[in-house]
Design a protein around this ligand. Structure first.
Ligand code: F6P
Length: 342
């Protein structure tokens, strides 16, 4: 078969491991010819691609980012995007396309699958917010980076008796914040799933201080928002693709907490450090399993489907259902986090 592959949206540790796995299984077991589109859907629209083979993928497994490049472009973002993408796919005589991405890339894949294109999806994002899969690769790496940072911040917070706010990624949901907060022994964690009231946070920090604990670590997901009417927060700017450019909510919260309680605060925003660098072993293995399953799904004709981790096994789920809404943190895990607040 002739198979095209693309990586779209924000990059993520493990993308190269998927590319390598698709090529290895495709070429060696199925006798496929695999091409990689440059910069996600942009490469499909612009007919910009490279031939991939096993030799071209040597050394890719531990490498962060994506060798194919990525963008937030989709064929639907240009008036003639769909016709150009169709021309490219027909011109290359592709039998199938593997789209590796998060919400935006996979929603586009789902839309195209509904229009008859032969597409299989692979979920990626450090945010872990794609539906119908227990995990996306990249998440474990991001949690590892965030936990290491929190471990380091504990000692400096204690030395200076400060409250340190650590802002992590997570625009719609707080998987990274919740996991890193539990793993790092945070005093409090703010996530988009639970709009916060600063009075509750201030009370918790002061109660802790009354017990003689002067230092605290508060983990804040970038998408955390106050309960309506409790705190003025500016609307974030929007990028060229309509995505809110988040980052900085922890700074607003820390200043307000310092003003209300007199506790000395500092802020660390981890930002793209969480997304860069080499994937953890867990993410390398998950990405490899997803890649192998995706090329097998192509050969089984399972189009309009996405590979997913469910109950520890790799399964296929509907792309449409997987992209219907972001997957929130479960109440059981949120309750575990609450148990250790303050
Ligand atoms: O989608 C993953 C993510 O890491 C979000 O948590 C974050 O808001 C966003 O990407 C930032 O992406 P960029 O700065 O590359 O647009």
């Amino acid at each position: 078969m002739r198979v095209g592959m693309l990586t779209g949206g924000g990059d993520c540790p493990g993308l190269n491991a998927v590319i390598r796995a698709v090529v290895r299984k495709g070429e060696r077991r199925h006798g496929d010819r695999v091409i990689g589109f440059i910069d996600g859907w942009r490469g499909v629209v612009d007919d910009d691609w490279v031939q991939l083979d096993v030799d071209a993928c040597r050394g890719l497994l531990p490498k962060g980012g994506t060798v194919l490049g990525t963008s937030r472009h989709t064929p639907f973002s240009l008036p003639d995007g769909m016709s150009r993408a169709t021309e490219t796919i027909r011109g290359l005589e592709l039998d199938a396309l593997i789209a590796i991405g998060g919400e935006g890339t996979l929603s586009c894949a789902s839309e195209m699958a509904d229009r008859g294109f032969e597409i299989v999806g692979v979920p990626k994002t450090i945010d872990n917010d794609v539906g119908m899969t227990e995990r996306t690769f990249g998440f474990d790496t991001a949690v590892t980076v965030a936990t290491e940072a929190i471990d380091r911040l504990h000692t400096t917070a204690e030395s200076h008796a400060r409250v340190i706010f650590v802002e992590v990624m997570g625009r719609n949901v707080g998987h990274i914040a919740t996991w890193a907060g539990i793993a790092g022994g945070a005093t409090y964690t703010l996530v988009p799933e639970e709009p916060f009231d600063l009075d509750d946070l201030c009370d918790a920090l002061m109660r802790r201080r009354a017990r003689g604990r002067y230092a605290s670590i508060v983990v804040v997901a970038e998408g955390a928002r106050p309960k309506p009417g409790t705190l003025e927060v500016a609307e974030p700017p929007v990028d060229a693709y309509g995505h809110k450019r988040l980052g900085g909510i922890a700074t607003v919260i820390a200043a307000e907490v310092e003003a209300r309680t007199g506790l000395e605060t500092r802020v660390t925003i981890l930002g793209h450090v969480q997304r860069g660098g080499s994937p953890t072993p867990f993410d390398r293995v998950l990405a490899t399993r997803f890649g192998v399953a995706a090329i097998d799904a192509v050969h089984d004709g399972r189009f309009g489907q996405m590979v997913a981790l469910r109950g520890g096994a790799i399964e296929l789920v509907s792309l449409r259902e997987a992209t219907a809404r972001p997957k929130p943190v479960g109440t059981e895990l949120l309750d575990v986090a609450h148990t250790f607040f303050a």
